[in-house]
Design a protein around this ligand. Sequence first.
Ligand code: HEC
Length: 109
Amino acid sequence: MKKILLLTIAITSGALLAASAGDAKENYDKTCAKCHGADGKGQTKMGAKLGIKDYTDAKVQAGFTDDQAYKSVKEGLKDKEDKILMKPAEGLSDDDIKALVAYVRSQKK
Ligand code: HEC
């Protein structure tokens, strides 16, 4: 009985993990792609206006740590003149944000 229970838990948590990976793409497409582009290159109207970098470029990816990226997405990002570049993420849990950072990392070519 215990074994079956453990097996069920293992299967369910596997399914949950797979679901959250899908959610990251969904969240990205919904909330991030309008600026960063679906492919992460930032070739959007907003991207051009705000000077968004190409996140498929390994050098750009090396320019920030996971922690910085997490903080920027969670708390938002301002430029030197205190102008808002990226608003704090709304309606995303800490885990959602972590998954989004991992998703952005996966855009590196
Ligand atoms: C209003 C447009 C806009 C939206 C929407 C947006 N960003 Fe950004 N983001 C920017 C700008 C502008 C920068 C700063 C320029 C750059 O580094 O490319 C930036 C920077 C970043 C960085 C680098 C952070 C750092 O510390 O250097 C990451 C990672 C990032 N965004 C992820 C996301 C994710 C994930 C989402 C969706 C939840 C998102 N962005 C939504 C405009 C946006």
